[in-house]
Design a protein around this ligand. Structure first.
Ligand code: COA
Length: 350
């Protein structure tokens, strides 16, 4: 059986920084409340009309990941794009990215709809394609543009202060034989050797409406919305039962991390780094404590970017790699929980 490895990483966030103080001008909130409950100090928002979209941010992150991997767009076999905030209702942004990267290189593009777990689901799908020998090089992207769809009034404050915009990408390649460094061979930075050991995916649809955007949808189509013209209709803003989400998150994060550890016969002490989905700093800290992990074993950047859903793990991974936090042979845990509910983990030998 073949195995897959991460050949390169990259990320892109919009320049425009939105602080907690900026938000307190728009809604009844405060820097102290947001920091105390979420750990977030600032996030990035696109400037509407400035050219950044979910697809274009994914493209910018992808260019960096491809460069880092030493792989050209024409060498890719497949694209997997995870987002909950596509540019269009349909088609998904995978095909936009295909066009931006290499319009005549007509490889397949798959869109993943698993919200905060989307990137880990996408890594798992890429891993399966590579293990079976169907593809050799897959671009995996997580990108989100939340800011345009948030209720920036006091009514939406429990959700709007949390989410930010940005994108991250990785190139996943084939590890044909032990010791072969495909990234280096191709002139990359030598991230080769890393290997996806296992991935673990879960869902519990009974809680689908606890964190969701209900409209527009086939249940509440645009023509109805226009006809009703109801200014109090909140169904097209994200709804989140924050407390309920929090309680489920801390349970499921721990479960799925332990599942990956057990599947590979290792313990939390063996982890060099864990990158949890950046949902809320309090959630990460709770998991860290529950798993008995030291500060240097857990990577958090939610303070600077907020929760960027499918983009949060690849952005954090890209920053962790740039900071030299991972060396060859290190064990890396990715773990996520979010809307669906869905949750997932991946254990990677770097
Ligand atoms: N600023 C100030 N006050 C706010 C606020 C804000 N941005 N958002 C909510 N409040 C208020 C509420 O109105 C409520 O006021 P009340 O007591 O007068 O009714 C009070 O703060 C407490 O609200 P509550 O929702 O119970 O707070 P909380 O401690 O649960 O924190 C979250 C709210 C959203 C930070 C927290 O529930 C959370 O982080 N949940 C998980 C979210 C998450 O991770 N989502 C992504 C999953 S992928």
């Amino acid at each position: 059986m073949k195995s897959s490895m991460i050949l390169g990483v990259g990320h892109y966030v919009p320049d425009h920084v939105v602080t907690n103080h900026d938000l307190s001008q728009l809604m009844d909130t405060s820097h102290d409340w947001i920091v105390e409950r979420t750990g977030i100090e600032e996030r990035r928002h696109v400037v509407l009309g400035g050219g950044d979209t979910t697809a274009s941010m994914g493209y910018r992150a992808s260019l960096l990941a491809l460069k880092n991997a030493g792989v050209s767009a024409e060498e890719l076999d497949f694209i997997i794009f995870a987002t909950l905030s596509p540019d269009y209702y349909f088609p998904g942004p995978g095909v936009q990215l295909q066009e931006m990267l290499a319009p005549d290189h007509t490889i397949g593009a798959l869109d993943i709809r698993n919200q905060c777990s989307g990137f880990v689901y996408a890594i798992s799908v890429a891993d399966q394609f590579i293990r079976t020998g169907m593809y050799r090089r897959i671009l995996v992207v997580g990108s989100e543009l939340h800011s345009a769809g948030l209720d920036m009034t006091t009514r939406g404050r429990n959700v709007s202060v949390i989410f930010g915009d940005g994108a991250g990408a990785v190139v996943v390649g084939i590890a044909e034989e032990e010791g072969k460094e495909e990234g280096k061979e191709a002139g990359g930075t030598g991230l080769g050797m890393s290997k996806v050991l296992s991935t673990h995916l879960h869902s519990e649809g009974r809680h689908a409406r606890e964190l969701a955007v209900i409209s527009p949808s086939t249940q509440h189509w645009v023509s109805h919305i226009l006809k009703e013209n109801n200014p109090n209709d909140e169904s097209y803003y994200p709804y989140m039962n924050g407390n309920f989400v929090f309680k489920h998150a801390i349970t499921r994060f721990a479960e799925v991390i332990n599942e990956a550890l057990r599947a590979n016969g290792v313990s939390s002490g063996d982890l060099k780094l864990m990158i949890p989905h950046q949902a809320n700093l309090r959630i990460s800290q709770y998991i860290q404590q529950k798993m008995g992990l030291r500060d240097e074993q857990v990577y958090n950047n939610i303070m600077r970017y907020g929760n960027t859903t499918a983009a949060s793990i690849p952005i954090a991974l890209s920053e962790a790699v740039a900071e030299g936090r991972l060396q060859r042979g290190d064990l890396l845990m990715l773990a996520a929980f979010g809307s669906g509910f869905t949750w997932a983990s991946a254990l990677i030998r770097w």
